[in-house]
Ligand binder design. Structure first.
Ligand code: OOG
Ligand code: MG
Length: 268
């Protein structure tokens, strides 16, 4: 008799089980291996469905969506993560961390932080076809930001669908208290110096982010439109790390000093 055909391995993965897996890892502060190693059907569209399921769960548990973030918009970030395509994710109220309060390291797995230029929207912004100029016309305020990322994957090791599913490693963000009208600044030339304990570890300008953070904002609007979504008036938009992210170690003081947007200092 012919040998029995091998039975395909049963997979436990569904959109909901992947979302639950990542939510549990976050709640337990436990890193996990990349899902694409086991679930080859996890592609980019499915990754966004997992991300949406995670946000639905957070909202059902009392959190609120406050905006959008971009990831992997600078070459520094793309090179570090080995992925050359930007992505979008969702920012919630509980991610907003108060300035001046030391990072509670026990809440995170392996936190890193990265400087970002942050917009507050004054108008809705709907793709497709949004240009950087049109995007900037919808911005009300620009501020300095520091994003605290905490991938649920071991060693921040993931393929693009994995990190999309994981809401782009979102965990926390700080916003500076100096607000500017973006029309008053050349954001491509807005510089940022990152220091750890007073020592300069990285520098960049806004041009690191897709040539101009307005390009990243347009990219977000156009990418969301492909999934039937848009950026809303009042939304906070994190345009993506300008430099590589730095690990947060207990006792460190990490600062981002901008040309016009002021400084953010985080202690751990
Ligand atoms: C993915 C999140 C990327 C950014 O600003 O590029 C991101 C990661 O680096 O873990 O937030
Ligand atoms: Mg970021």
């Amino acid at each position: 008799a012919a040998p029995a055909a091998p039975t395909p391995p049963t997979t436990r993965w569904t959109i909901d089980s992947a979302a639950r897996h990542l939510l549990d890892a976050e709640a337990d502060r436990r890193d996990v291996t990349r899902i694409t190693d086991e679930w080859s059907e996890l592609d980019i569209p499915t990754g966004y469905l997992v991300q949406e399921a995670i946000i639905r769960d957070k909202v059902a548990n009392g959190d609120t969506v406050v905006g959008v973030k971009l990831g992997l918009t600078s070459r520094a970030k793309q090179k570090r993560m080995g992925i050359d395509s930007p992505l979008t994710a969702v920012v919630t109220q509980r991610m907003h961390l108060p300035a001046g309060v030391p990072v509670d390291m026990s809440r995170f797995i392996h936190p890193r932080i990265e400087p970002e230029i942050v917009f507050t929207m004054k108008h809705d912004l709907r793709g497709p076809g949004v240009t950087a100029d049109a995007a900037m016309a919808a911005v009300g305020e620009v501020r300095a930001g520091f994003e605290l990322i905490d991938s649920r994957y071991k060693d921040f090791s993931f393929a693009l669908p994995d990190v999309i599913a994981d809401n782009a490693s979102s965990a926390g963000f700080y916003i500076g208290d100096i607000a500017h009208d973006p029309a008053d600044l050349d954001l491509a030339l807005e510089a940022c110096i990152v220091r750890i304990n007073g020592e300069v570890v990285d520098t960049a300008t806004g041009a690191a982010v897709q040539g101009h953070p307005g390009e990243a904002l347009a990219l977000a609007a156009n990418s969301l439109a492909a999934r039937g979504q848009y950026i809303k008036a009042g939304d906070t938009v994190l345009t993506g790390g300008m430099t590589d992210a730095v690990f947060v170690n207990a006792g460190d003081e990490i600062s981002a000093q901008f040309t016009n947007l002021g400084s953010i200092v985080v202690t751990a």
